[in-house]
Design a binder for this molecule. Structure first.
Ligand SMILES: [Fe+2]
Length: 380
């Protein structure tokens, strides 16, 4: 048996995914399955364009059997305090269910609200493990208006203290949304920059998930499909923004989240943290910039499955892959060098010192701070 390979893993993903153009119409039916008619609903939405496009009004009309409180004080990169205020409003409304329709920030905030609404204490106390969640939160339905945070299908919320330069993760198996309604129509108003940034987040996460030591046959299958989809559609989604490419990216983003709930994003996200906290770099840009570098570092250790990866990217080797990633990013208007982000070489110390701890661990080949410094130096 020793020379035979038999995989060994656990897969868990409990969110029901409803996907398709126009599927947001099914929201009232889904709410009705989770709570009684007349129940108080806490609806989190961060996008003014939803209002401008008349979508919010349609949602409210559809939910006429329920008592809806709309909460729209969602900041980009939501802070623990932003979450606490929203959770207080949710408790005050006596909500029985939380719904989020918006980008990653709205979904992450609402997901945290759903669980905090049934617990005492602050978001920060849970994020810093002074307290632990004891039970599942309020039922939670998430519907994304961007294609990349994957928050509609994941069990975590990213929270940020931009002034204190801290990044927090709030999460656990009880935090998966009950239902994700992925309606590509909602993503049609994304700007080129938003489509590029959010898509790059999910594209990067899928490749990180693929090289992760925790990867397994189910995550690999999903990740390869996600990688192929973004390699084919991300530029088109960002630049042309037609329905077919936007729909492909919407599906790929959710598939990426299901995969990475079991094989986590890692090294690129470890560096993305300080790039956002210290230089205000958008998340997708911040994680995507090191994708080629970490792929070059990781590829030899996953040689048994790189053929499938090159095939998904439409290239024949690792250098072709790095070039293709750079090409996609450039064509989408994203920066591909640290100097392009306004950094200078002395800034490398800040990045290395603030790399999110533990998130380099899943790399198939360990990278020490010296190697990290070398990789970053080559990126100017
Ligand atoms: Fe991300």
């Amino acid at each position: 048996m020793q020379d035979q390979y038999v995989p060994n893993f656990t897969w868990y993903h409990p969110t029901r995914i409803i996907y398709g153009v126009g599927k947001l119409q099914e929201l009232p039916t889904e709410v009705g399955k989770l709570v009684e008619a007349g129940s108080s609903v806490f609806l989190v939405t961060g996008r003014s364009s939803l209002q401008a496009r008349g979508i919010l009004q349609k949602v409210l009309d559809g939910l006429h059997e329920f008592d809806v409180t709309v909460y729209n004080d969602v900041r980009p990169f939501p802070s623990p305090e932003n979450v606490d205020s929203a959770a207080e409003a949710c408790k005050a409304a006596g909500a029985k269910i939380v719904i989020a329709i918006g980008g990653g920030s709205a979904l992450d905030l609402a997901k945290a609200v759903a669980i905090l609404a049934v617990h005492e204490g602050t978001a920060l106390e849970y994020a810093t493990h002074q307290r632990d969640f004891q039970r599942k939160g309020l039922p939670f339905i998430a519907s994304p208006t961007t294609s990349g945070s994957s928050s509609e299908v994941t069990s975590g919320s990213a929270l940020w203290d931009l002034e204190g330069k801290k990044h927090y993760g709030l999460g656990g198996p009880t935090m998966f949304p009950d239902v994700a309604i992925v309606d590509p129509e909602l993503t049609m108003s994304m700007s080129t920059s938003l489509a590029a940034n959010t898509g790059m987040d999910a594209f990067t996460s899928a490749i990180e998930s693929y090289w992760n030591l925790e990867s397994q046959p189910i995550s690999d299958a999903l990740d390869l499909d996600v990688i192929r989809t973004f390699a084919t559609n991300l530029e088109r989604s960002a630049i042309q923004g037609d329905m077919e490419s936007r729909a492909a990216c919407a599906l790929a983003a959710s598939m990426s989240g299901a995969a990475y709930s079991n094989s986590r994003p890692n090294a690129c996200h470890a560096i993305g943290g300080p790039l956002t906290l210290y230089w205000g770099v958008e998340h997708g840009q911040a994680v995507g910039i090191t994708l080629g570098g970490f792929l070059r570092h990781s590829a030899p250790a996953i040689a048994h499955k790189t053929d499938a990866l090159w095939n998904a990217l439409g290239v024949s080797d690792v250098e072709g892959a790095v070039q293709r990633i750079t090409q996609i990013m450039s064509r989408c208007g994203l920066e591909t060098t640290l100097s392009g982000l306004g950094l200078t070489e002395p800034d490398i110390d800040t990045i290395v010192d603030n790399t999110i701890s533990g998130r380099l661990d899943p790399l198939p080949t360990p990278m020490d701070p010296g190697q990290l410094r070398e990789m970053l130096t080559s990126m100017f």
